[in-house]
Design a protein around this ligand. Structure first.
Ligand code: ATP
Ligand code: MG
Length: 333
């Protein structure tokens, strides 16, 4: 695995920001045609312009950032966040690989990647030691975006991995051996804390936790954070929770704002200031094998993922700088 920092593009700002409030309230509203002079119409125009600038993009990280999208709670927006953040980053000129580590194969479906049982998949990489390059496929429609698909075979991998050598670090080894230049690898985890998620946490340095803005949102979070600590302590000292993203935010309910407030109080700086609104367009896109970025680039869902990705990209640079400063000050002592 290597990153190609020399191809970094100039810094551009795809949508006016920074935003502290979630975008719109498009619970059921559809995006009108782009030339429409309503706020949503203007937003659509902005997104089209932002997408039109693909290739200029955000600054690229100096090294490949491997981000584990995890939350053992089901249906909180892990897959939706993985594919839409990945597409947003790719549309800004980054080279991005999505690793589908969920036997449900939802990320593969959403990216329009065939994943019937004959397709070479991440199962072959983890269990059969196949090189990652043998299973990676380009995503149609989005240049620079790639996917290592999951097939139903992966459902047996949790058991099959138990008896294999280096069972926790098989994904890490495969990623390290991957030769293609990449800016980001986003790993979509299943809703469990088993060996598949542990493999992701050993392979990555960052954990991105999507939190759905609803009652019970914080339940189970303690266990997830303890697992991150355990993996950090025993298997991967680099691992940390870098990003928390509030998803399915419905600005019309008090519950959503209460949950958002509680999460921000608990976690503070890790929480992205952009929240993802509940949006019909976001939930429709996977059934067309698309991300919301290509399905409806002007929708508030697309804009909010573009903005969340911009935040994540910029914050990563801040951390790189912090680490550099830390290394320098340690070196001076
Ligand atoms: P699992 O734990 O099963 O893997 P998940 O955490 O990956 O689930 P998703 O599959 O991303 O969650 O989302 C769960 C459901 O919610 C899906 O039907 C998805 O389309 C829908 N959804 C996700 N985000 C939004 C959103 N912002 N607005 C509306 N629907 C959404
Ligand atoms: Mg999922």
């Amino acid at each position: 695995m290597r990153s190609d920092a020399n191809i970094a593009g100039p810094m551009t700002d795809p949508v006016p920001g920074p935003r502290t409030e979630p975008f719109g309230d498009d619970v059921s509203r559809e995006t009108p045609p782009p030339m429409d002079d309503t706020p949503i119409g203007r937003a659509a125009q902005l997104a089209v312009e932002a997408l039109g600038r693909a290739g200029e993009g955000l600054p690229r990280p100096p090294q490949t950032r491997v981000v584990v999208v995890a939350n053992q709670k089901g249906g909180v927006g892990k897959t939706t966040t993985t594919v839409n953040m990945a597409a947003s980053l790719a549309l800004h000129g980054a080279r991005v690989l999505v690793v589908d580590l969920d036997p449900q194969g939802n990320a593969s479906t959403a990216l329009g990647i065939d994943h019937h049982s004959e397709v070479p998949s991440i199962y072959d990489v983890l269990v059969e030691s196949k090189p990652l390059s043998d299973v990676v496929q380009p995503v149609p429609d989005v240049e620079g975006l790639f996917c290592a698909p999951a097939t139903i075979d992966l459902a047996g991998a949790e058991i099959e991995l138990v008896s294999l050598v280096a069972r926790e670090s098989r994904l890490q080894r495969a990623i390290e051996a991957y030769e293609q230049p990449l800016d980001y690898i986003l790993i979509d985890c299943p809703p469990s804390l088993g060996l598949l998620t542990v493999n992701a946490m050993v392979a990555g340095a960052e954990v991105l936790i999507p939190i759905q803005c609803e009652y019970y949102a914080l339940e189970g979070l303690g266990q997830l954070l303890r697992n991150v600590e355990l993996v950090r302590g025993h298997l991967n000292p680099k691992l940390h929770v870098s990003t928390i993203l509030l998803t399915m935010y419905d600005g019309r309910t008090r519950l959503a704002s209460q949950v958002a407030e509680e999460v921000r109080t608990h976690f503070g700086k890790e929480v992205l200031s952009t929240s993802i609104p509940r949006s019909v367009r976001i939930s429709e896109a996977p059934s067309y094998g698309q991300t919301v970025l290509t399905y409806d680039p002007g929708s508030s869902g697309a804009l909010s993922y573009l903005e969340a990705a911009r935040e994540m990209a910029m914050r990563g640079l801040g951390r790189t700088q912090e680490l550099k400063e830390l290394n320098t000050s340690e070196g001076n002592q």
